[in-house]
Design a protein around this ligand. Structure first.
Ligand SMILES: C[S@@+](CC[C@H](N)C(=O)[O-])C[C@H]1O[C@@H](n2cnc3c(N)ncnc32)[C@H](O)[C@@H]1O
Length: 214
């Protein structure tokens, strides 16, 4: 049973989405998570990797550890990074988790990841349209063909708009946007499997159980 994450403050409730990613990622694969706060989602992800016998997967997390302006105002943030390190101490010690205390739009950080190198990308940083647009535009190229991309909060219009806008520059923008699946219910995320057969693959693997119109 994966339960430790429940003791960590945060918003994470994408258990099924993350479990799908854990099942898809190869044994020595790479995942980037943008927005980890005090580590609730990262704790779940790493504990699930262990439970699935995939201890060799590397998880790079990116967070300013300063909270999001307008979203976390008034919250007791404390020393977020210290709490994160405490909550993830074992996964940090084993170098399963590599934290990047940085903005996700930092070009040097973006350039340090090779294009087509990621098996999974999770976008859960700032939720305004421009931030989601930049996170998607900057990090989508880093995902390999057949990699899984997960965006949190599909019910928020700015999040959806930001993600969709990021595909404007692609020749096959309409097909790319059409391959995004919206998962409603308790979890409320949206995602895509990169590549032309991503939609069919997602359906076949039952990763995308329900399609909601955009
Ligand atoms: C919704 S929270 C993440 C929730 C987390 N996944 C959990 O399990 O609760 C969003 C996070 O994004 C971070 N953030 C906001 N803007 C950012 C930026 N430009 N670059 C990196 N991180 C950012 C905040 O510090 C915050 O920790």
């Amino acid at each position: 049973m994966i339960t430790k994450y429940l003791e960590i403050e945060g918003w994470f409730n994408l258990q099924e989405a993350y479990l799908n990613l854990v099942k898809r990622v190869p044994s020595y694969g790479n995942i980037v998570e943008i927005g980890c706060f005090k580590g609730r989602s990262t704790r779940f992800l790493c504990d699930a990797l262990i439970a699935e016998a995939k201890p060799g997967v590397r998880v790079d997390v990116i967070d300013t550890f300063e909270g999001t302006t307008g979203e976390h105002d008034g919250l007791e943030l404390g020393s977020m990074y210290d709490e994160f390190k405490n909550n993830l101490h074992d996964h940090l010690e084993s170098s399963r988790v590599i934290p990047h205390v940085n903005r996700s739009d930092n070009q040097q950080l973006i350039d340090s990841f090779k294009d087509g190198s990621l098996d999974g990308l999770i976008i859960d940083g700032a939720h305004d349209e421009e931030s989601v647009y930049l996170d998607t535009k900057n990090w989508y190229p880093k995902v390999k063909e057949s990699g899984l991309i997960i965006w949190d909060d599909c019910e928020r219009e700015p999040v959806r708009r930001g993600a969709l806008k990021a595909f404007n520059d692609y020749d096959d923008a309409d097909e790319l946007r059409d391959s995004i699946w919206y998962i409603t219910g308790d979890e409320r995320w949206f995602g895509m499997i990169k590549g032309l057969n991503g939609k069919a693959l997602g359906r076949k693997l039952k990763i995308f159980p329900e399609k909601k119109s955009t």
